[in-house]
Design a protein. Structure first.
Length: 291
């Protein structure tokens, strides 16, 4: 039996490679399931913290605001408007607690999710599952050609991951830019008024603070640059993926699939390493000139 490259295929080795691949796929299934459980546990934890802390934070904000504005600003209307909001938040706490006991979020009661550190325990299980896969892969003797084929078929997932992360950073950047634009216009308009009533002075202060905060976050975390590099890398990887499948570009003169896959794997790893280096550069704090 011959393969499409003209080489000899041994039926026994092919069957062994197939069984090894199935075993590795089972490990991948466990890893993906644990990753989903870790994500769900973290969402559950965030929901509990945000829900249970919302009502106390609102009460604290009202208490602090009334103390600071005592004798200068009448916050009676604000206090009245916050009463139904507070009732709604308390009702939301009750709903979350009710459904969490019934396993509405992750199928695990609230006591186990929150008190036992479900996310941390699942993260440990995930690390162990990845280590089991690594040890299992070391025991299997999968031909290099098969490994490269598996690697090529995993490239679309990498492209999707980069694009998803790039879209998330782009949305965050656009949100902060919107706050900067709207807040700057609102601050300028409020400050240009000859006699600004006391309540609107607080609006001016809040919008100025929001603009400064948004500008600081965008400058420090560099969301736009992160989004640009992720999109650029995903486009380059997709271009290589299409080229190796269609045998165009750098792969059109390849004599067989083995040589093309070797060149393709090397090229993809180079692009991913370049992306990691750019990510590390963006994570470095901005140096301020001495003087």
């Amino acid at each position: 039996m011959h393969d499409h490259d003209g080489g000899m295929m041994v039926p026994g080795s092919s069957e062994a490679a197939g069984r090894a691949t199935e075993k590795l796929l089972e490990h991948d299934k466990v890893i993906l399931t644990l990753r989903q459980e870790v994500r769900q546990a973290r969402i559950f934890r965030f929901t509990l913290v945000a829900t249970y802390s919302s009502a106390p934070l609102l009460l604290f904000a009202l208490f602090l605001g009334n103390i600071l504005a005592w004798g200068r600003i009448d916050l009676t209307r604000v206090n009245i408007l916050c009463v139904p909001v507070l009732i709604a938040l308390l009702a939301l706490c009750g709903v979350v607690r009710y459904y969490s006991h019934g396993g509405f979020f992750t199928g695990v009661p609230l006591e186990e999710q929150w008190a036992s550190g479900q996310a941390s325990r699942k993260s440990i299980d995930l690390a162990l599952a990845m280590e089991r896969k690594r040890l299992a892969a070391a025991e299997f003797h999968i031909p290099t050609e098969v490994r490269r084929h598996i690697y090529r078929e995993s490239v679309p997932l990498t492209i999707e991951q980069y694009r998803t992360e790039g879209l998330r950073y782009r949305r965050i950047h656009n949100l902060f830019q919107s706050v900067i634009i709207v807040g700057s216009l609102a601050t300028s308009t409020a400050a240009s008024l000859a006699e600004t009533p006391p309540p609107y002075k607080w609006i001016t202060v809040a919008t100025s603070f929001a603009v400064g905060l948004s500008a600081g976050f965008t400058g420090y975390f560099k969301f736009r640059e992160r989004s640009f590099y992720l999109q650029q890398t995903s486009d380059s990887i997709e271009e290589e993926y299409d080229a190796v499948n269609l045998k165009v570009g750098r792969y059109k003169n390849s004599l067989n699939d083995g040589a093309a896959l070797e060149d393709f794997t090397e090229r993809i790893e180079t692009l991913k390493n370049d992306q990691r280096k750019r990510q590390q550069q963006l994570d470095q704090p901005t140096e301020t000139p001495e003087g």
